[in-house]
Write a protein that binds this ligand. Structure first.
Ligand code: TXA
Ligand code: MG
Length: 314
């Protein structure tokens, strides 16, 4: 951290949004919420702003960023949409789906955003704060999750402050995010859709909207480093499928059970997804030396929860 850089947290309102947009236009990244997790947003057309995002996160330069757009017109200026891509955007935008698409010539995106790939990851978020920031700054915004690289994504402003305090100027605080897990990442192909990262939009939802089969990226080459093992990791060992706490473990519960913190006493998977990262942040900050978590059913958004947990435990 840079001791000269004070990080200011501002409650999301018109004045704060305007101030954040001025920082963005000056090439300074700002943390802002989406409905999935908080992102560290910067002007995707400004190489210096993008470099500042990578620097604040300590992110390796080969790991490309998602570009956030306010509307379809902005999206179509940046990337080429196939009919399947259009069907997915029609069904799930604005919302927690990122589409990996061929970059359009002359799109003007800074090369560091795509890390040299011929594709760009595009997302139209539903959250009014990120939507407002894109409109107010007038720019497509590159925004990775607002945490140091490799750590657990932030679902509250205080998670951002704990991870990036002293490294960024401003956090727009609009309370906890509603989805709690990062967006689904999908790459529409000619006759199928590749799922690069499971998320709130499930494979079944994509297959239905695309009217095409969904294949996961397993076994293929790594295209989204979010696919790498050991990502989204807390600072302590994590044990999966735990029915009870061992000595000195912080147990994250699901369904009725004795535990340190329960992400959904009623065993509701959407509620569990919303609370999962806050639980990992709490467990990390606790005095326990290790973390354990109850089994989570592998269905619906449970697929994405288990994906993040496997990586966090790796
Ligand atoms: O919910 C979200 O997606 C959040 C919010 C802030 O929008 N963002 C987020 O960004 O999770 P990040 O940087 O933490 O994860 C982006 C993932 C990375 O795994 C990256 O490798 C992948 O997207 N990605 C970006 N561009 C890509 C591309 N052209 N091809 C394949 N994967 C790409
Ligand atoms: Mg991330």
């Amino acid at each position: 951290p840079n001791p000269g850089l004070a990080t200011k947290t501002s409650l999301y309102d018109t004045a704060a949004l305007r101030e954040a947009a001025l920082l963005i236009r000056a090439g300074e990244p700002v943390a802002a919420p989406t409905e999935t997790v908080y992102g560290l947003a910067g002007d995707a057309t400004d190489g210096r702003a993008v470099a500042a995002i990578y620097a604040a996160k300590g992110r390796p330069s080969f790991n490309p960023l998602i570009v956030h757009v306010a509307d379809r017109e902005m999206a179509e200026r940046l990337a080429i949409f196939s009919p399947v891509a259009r069907a997915l955007a029609d069904a799930f935008w604005p919302g927690p789906l990122t589409l990996v698409l061929p970059v359009r010539d002359g799109a003007g995106i800074a090369p560091a955003v795509t890390a040299g790939l011929p594709t760009v990851a595009l997302r139209m978020p539903a959250h009014p704060a990120m939507q407002g920031l894109i409109r107010e700054s007038g720019k497509p915004l590159a925004a990775p999750s607002a945490n140091r690289s490799g750590g657990v994504s932030p679902t509250r402003a205080e998670h951002v402050l704990a991870s990036l305090g002293g490294r960024i100027r401003m956090i727009l605080d609009a309370g906890p995010t509603s989805e709690g897990l990062e967006s689904t990442i999908a790459a529409p192909e000619e006759d199928h859709v590749r799922l690069l990262r499971p998320g709130p939009v499930t494979a079944a939802m994509i297959a239905e909207a695309a009217d095409a089969p969904v294949r996961d990226a397993k076994g293929g080459k790594i295209e989204a480093p979010g696919q790498l093992e050991s990502h989204y990791a807390p600072g302590k060992p994590l044990r999966l499928n735990a029915m009870r706490a061992e000595r000195d473990e912080y147990l994250i519960g699901f369904g009725l059970m004795p535990c340190s913190y329960n992400i959904s006493p009623e065993a509701d998977l959407r509620e569990a997804a919303k609370n999962l990262f806050a639980a990992l942040h709490l467990a990390d900050a606790s005095s326990s030396s290790a973390i354990a978590i109850a089994p989570i059913p592998e269905e619906g958004i449970g697929v994405a929860i288990n994906d993040r947990l496997r990586r966090a435990a790796a």
